[in-house]
Design a binder for this molecule. Structure first.
Ligand code: SF4
Length: 217
């Protein structure tokens, strides 16, 4: 199967489709060779994915630097939705290439993701175009040539309001840091709530030129 050609046609065909339809299309094409990668900033993606396929594999990259609230939320959601969850951890100690060093994201996020995706053909993410200007043109389906996988973004057309509405409608818990002003949640040392007037991801790596950890670039 030529994944690049498939991505090109699917990105047009699925542009207006619902997340359920997009995930169902992905599972139909790739079966158990699909993985959902969730940051657990919220639980909308994993809820929809497990309704489409209760056995779909969900991965969470535990860098070792997450907020306690995030780890508690992962446990809460996993139990609530009976997730087929795999927690992926780096192979190095916290003291080696620690937060703030050039290699931290590479060895704690990018490399563990690559390992988790080995043997898979497609990965599903929670990217949204409203996340940041750098994500505003992201297609719903793309060929991730670096990884040799199809990258599927079922929530790409959703807004923050859509996420909140879905959580309310389906009686799902929100990440506890939302109520403390956080609008984008990554590792604790490099995440703060945005200041008034700032964009939703502006609290990530604030004060540096960095905007992405490398998973999506
Ligand atoms: S976001 Fe910060 S702590 Fe997390 S992996 Fe990247 S550099 Fe390390």
């Amino acid at each position: 199967m030529n994944l690049a050609l498939l991505a090109e046609s699917a990105s047009t065909y699925l542009e207006e489709a619902s997340p359920e339809t997009i995930i169902a299309w992905t599972v139909e094409h790739f079966g158990d060779k699909v993985v959902v990668a969730s940051s657990f900033e919220d639980c909308v993606l994993v809820d929809i994915a497990t309704k489409v396929d209760p056995q779909i594999e969900v991965i969470f990259l535990d860098t070792g630097f997450h907020f306690e609230e995030t780890l508690a939320y992962v446990g809460q959601v996993s139990k609530l939705l009976n997730l087929n969850l795999r927690i992926v951890r780096p192979s190095i100690p916290l003291t080696e290439s620690p937060c703030g060093s050039d290699l931290c994201c590479q060895v704690r996020k990018v490399q563990p993701l690559l390992l988790a995706l080995s043997g898979k053909d497609a990965w599903i993410t929670g990217l949204k175009r409203v996340d940041s200007p750098t994500r505003s043109a992201t297609p719903v389906v793309a060929y991730d040539s670096d990884k040799g996988k199809l990258k599927v973004n079922p929530l790409i057309n959703w807004t923050d309001e859509d996420i909140i509405s879905y959580l309310h409608t389906h009686d799902l818990p929100a990440h506890p840091l939302w109520s403390k002003g956080y609008t984008s949640i990554g590792c604790a040392p490099t995440t703060r709530p945005p200041l008034p007037g700032e964009g939703r991801r502006s609290g990530r790596w604030a004060g540096t030129s960095k905007t992405e950890c490398g998973l999506h670039t």
